[in-house]
Design a protein around this ligand. Sequence first.
Ligand code: PEP
Ligand code: MN
Length: 342
Amino acid sequence: MVIILKQKHEQRQLDNLLKWLSELNLKTTLVKGEQSTILGLIGDTSIVDIDMVKAIDIVESVKRIQEPFKAANRKFHPDDTIIDVAGRKTGGGNFTLIAGPCSIESREQILDIAVKVKSCGAAMLRGGAFKPRTSPYAFQGLRAEGLELLHEAKKETGLPIVTEIMNVNHIDMFTNVDVIQVGARNMQHFELLKELGRLDKPVLLKRGLANTIEELLMSAEYIMSGGNKNIILCERGIRTFETYTRNTLDLSAIPLLKELTHLPVVVDPSHATGISRLVKPMSLAAAAAGADGLIIEVHNDPAHALCDGAQSLTPESFADVVGSLNGILPALGKNEIVPKLG
Ligand code: PEP
Ligand code: MN
């Protein structure tokens, strides 16, 4: 971190600042130029509140040289992290497909979809039991009953399950869930992130609707600093002025995240676009941009889905996406998706 001081400052003010920084265990180097005085900080600057430094009367400006995230930073962990969920690997060249309905609606629905996405090559089954809906009058998910049905689908197919948590008090209900999803709306639910940090269970952390890449990594840092290093990041589109799509898929976030962090990055083209016919091109684009996998909404009857039908693929169109992905994955140095018969 570099602090540029205002031209006019008293020695007493500078001494106070130096004392405060040394109390934070930071070493300082002072460069006095003709026009300005620059203070270089050496040490763990991740604990420094940049806004607090900016507010100091003799400070002109502050610049971070090092990223504020440590555990997630590729600089300190150059190798890709591979998340292993019951033998299904994500990251480090392993490409994973997670598929299933937006929400679990009935036993027949989730079992039928689970069998179909598995046969297409999905490695994990997604399905929401607790749904974050904009309207309180919209279907909120089957909650505990939904989780039970998801477990049934896991038993039936052997697919590990991925489902969203919204409430810290629900953590015990997620004990047998394979991957806990933190949705876009809860990316900065810090108390929830801290509790997930105490677990030894993979977390699929989605980027918030209006959050920066650094904020996503800082949320990952919340979980990792608690001890849980099993995180899969998810780019799921951000809010922009565009209205033709539900969100705008930030494709550039994929290679950027791959540079900044060792954590795997998957993409959700369903929520990113909100339009089922855009899911295939965006899936291919995400793979080409370096994604480690995709999480895709698939429904056996999208027209009657209780949630997100417009963006849901039929099992047939999902199979078509898998076929096209297999056309490019080997060229990208990734494994092909293997459909599972029977
Ligand atoms: C979901 O996956 O169904 C969901 C609600 O996603 P997001 O949090 O990305 O909106
Ligand atoms: Mn959804």
